[in-house]
Design a binder for this molecule. Structure first.
Ligand code: NCD
Ligand code: ZN
Length: 364
């Protein structure tokens, strides 16, 4: 139909126009921090799946609705942006909470954080055996389960936690709840990429039942970046960057044209001083440079013609939402990313690749 048709113009050597993209995995925080970072996302993306890992987490439909109102209130005049809300799954989530979430026009997914896996995951799920009723309600309603796919067992090597999660958590859950729709968020390994490539099936509605989001940092960098010339805190996010062979598998998945792979920046803002300290926070603040970095990654394998599907078409199809009507244009016009930006409480934030020169730049 006209609604899902591509608006992409063939990439010339100097510019690229695609349907307006959405960000299917984003951390916006709250209060002054949110107000500081929201315009960067709204400038590039029409919508975003907003993560619920606030302190305290967003666990009820009422909290999700109130958070949505705060986001809309923080949006600068003249910018249009639609936050797509999520609930944070806990051991205490009831089937009724899930049904009410599925009925809300504003809630689009439920997020599984294994307790202790990442930033603000203390209230996460300790064992999925406690969530049987909630998972059954997700299966029944079709509301997607969005997964931080890492086991937290301290005996499992940090770099293996995603692959072990696929085998020990994701596969058993999908076997027990075959109707469940799932997104493995910010995948970082060949195992996750191949699992989602090979095991996703089309439902009766034609939509994939298993999908994955991919971040710009995992498409562009391997774990060497964490240690290049010294410890590099601004490359530290979770799940952590992996070996080059994994990066290549992720890039192959993102540029495959398969509808189960789509854009999710995982832009995760933390103030500069909280990144540049002993025991610094995990998260890359990629929102100000997101589309530029995805274009760079796709161009590196001559796949710019696949960027629009990944950035603007596959996500809406998975979530059952219309594609956006307008477009975004990128120019081949090298520019240097600011080394820091204003953040909350007089603090600053370092955008991902601050100080580096990028080949692509979004047109104003
Ligand atoms: C995220 C954050 O800071 O909220 N950090 C990150 O490294 N990605 C949490 C998360 O998505 O794991
Ligand atoms: Zn995240």
């Amino acid at each position: 139909t006209i609604l899902t048709a591509s608006l992409a113009k063939p990439a010339t050597s100097s510019s690229l126009t695609l349907r307006r993209p959405d960000d299917w995995h984003l951390h916006l925080r709250d209060g002054a921090a949110m107000a500081a970072v929201l315009p960067a996302t709204a400038r590039q993306f029409r919508r975003a799946i907003v993560m619920p890992n606030l302190k305290p987490p967003v666990t009820t439909v009422e909290q999700a609705h109130a958070y949505r109102e705060r986001i809309l209130a923080a949006l600068p005049p003249g910018m249009s942006f639609e936050p797509l809300m999520t609930l944070y799954l806990t051991d205490a989530t009831q089937a009724e909470d899930i049904r009410r979430a599925a009925e809300s026009p504003y809630v689009h997914g439920v997020k599984l954080y294994p307790a202790g896996a990442t930033t603000n995951s203390q209230s996460g799920v300790t064992t999925l055996a406690r969530c049987t009723a909630a998972l059954a309600a997700l299966e029944e309603t079709g509301l997607p389960l969005l997964v931080h796919g890492e086991v937290t067992d301290p005996d499992v090597d940090l770099f293996d936690r995603e692959a072990v999660f696929i085998d020990e958590v994701m596969e058993p859950v999908r076997r027990d709840f075959p109707g469940l729709r799932g997104v493995v968020e910010h995948i970082t390994t060949r195992q996750a990429a191949h699992y989602v490539r090979d095991r996703s099936q089309r439902g009766v509605d034609g939509r994939p039942n298993l999908a994955a989001t991919l971040t710009p940092q995992h498409l562009l960098f391997n774990r060497n970046a964490l240690f290049k010339g010294g410890l590099q805190p601004h490359w530290y996010c979770l799940p952590v960057l992996k070996r080059e062979e994994h990066r290549q598998a992720l890039l192959e998945a993102a540029t495959s044209g398969l509808p189960q792979f789509f854009l999710g920046t995982d832009s995760a803002p933390h103030a500069r001083h909280l990144k540049e300290m002993a025991c610094g926070c995990a998260g890359c603040y990629s929102a100000p440079v997101a589309l530029e970095l995805y274009a760079q990654a796709f161009e590196s394998v001559n796949a710019l013609d696949r960027l629009e599907g990944f950035a603007s078409l596959h996500g809406p199809a998975f979530y059952g939402l219309p594609v956006n009507a307008d477009t975004l244009t990128l120019h081949k016009s090298p520019w240097t990313v600011p080394t820091e930006l204003p953040f909350a409480d007089g603090k600053t934030i370092v955008p991902f690749l601050g100080g580096e020169t990028l080949p692509w730049r979004m047109a104003d």
